[in-house]
Design a protein around this ligand. Structure first.
Ligand code: 6PG
Length: 226
């Protein structure tokens, strides 16, 4: 298990920005971006890294079914923090159609922009967050999206959160590197459960199936680890 503990959210954001900048210097596959609030500081720190942004492309590992200018939009947040100020391309998930139609449309975009082989798309670096219930992307505990074994990107109606659009386990598992960014004491218990091994929480299942999972934790999120 590749795990690094950083002092605090700022230290984690710097470490993540360094890791992503290094990856972009060596690999030109589009990078998968996490939603949520944790990665926003990392996106901001990337504006201060030496990255050749021309030609860089990015996609969303999950999205809420809202317009880009909606405060809940993950692509909107990534745009304001980074992509509005660099000459890179952020492929946003369509929102102006049904959630299922948007997922189908975005899946075909991913099939066009991502490298792959006969088995399907093969993302390069993918960033993910972790919810305190063990979800990652928009793969929530008990979600039927976890059982999806043909599609790469689907719509899922999440109780209490509305329609979400998410990469499936199948797509996330094919990433060449998966960077989990987790901060905060409120994540410490779920982090400890996942690191103990044998957990069936969605993030644990994604990590177990990932080719090169790397966990970046701040000290608070790692506070329940031995
Ligand atoms: C989303 C995310 C989700 C997120 C976790 C952690 O759309 O909300 O993709 O999986 O990464 O919920 O969110 P925070 O970083 O805000 O704690």
């Amino acid at each position: 298990m590749n795990l690094r503990v950083l002092s605090d959210p700022s230290g984690l954001a710097d470490a993540a920005a360094d890791e992503i900048a290094r990856w972009l210097a060596a690999d030109d596959a589009p990078i998968g971006l996490s939603g949520g609030s944790t990665p926003v500081t990392t996106y901001e720190r990337l504006t201060r890294r030496e990255v050749r942004w021309h030609g860089v492309a990015a996609w969303m590992t999950d999205e809420r079914h809202v317009p880009l200018d909606h405060p809940d939009s993950n692509a909107g947040a990534a745009g304001r923090a980074l992509f509005d100020s660099v000459p890179a391309t952020l492929h946003a998930v369509p929102w102006d159609e049904s959630a299922h139609a948007a997922a189908i449309a975005y899946e075909s975009t991913l099939l066009q922009i991502l490298p792959g082989d006969a088995l399907g798309p093969e993302p390069g670096l993918v960033m993910l967050g972790l919810g305190d219930d063990g979800h990652t992307a928009s793969l929530f505990p008990g979600s039927s999206a976890l059982e999806e074994d043909e599609r790469w990107f689907v719509a899922t109606d999440v109780a209490g959160k509305g329609w979400r659009l998410t990469a499936t386990l199948g797509l996330l598992a094919r990433a060449r590197r998966t960077l989990f960014l987790v901060t905060g004491e409120h994540k410490a218990e779920v982090v400890a459960e996942i690191m103990s091994g044998g957990s069936d929480l969605p993030a644990a299942v994604v990590a177990r199936h990932s080719r090169d999972p790397v966990w970046l934790l701040d000290r608070a999120a790692a506070s329940r680890l031995d």
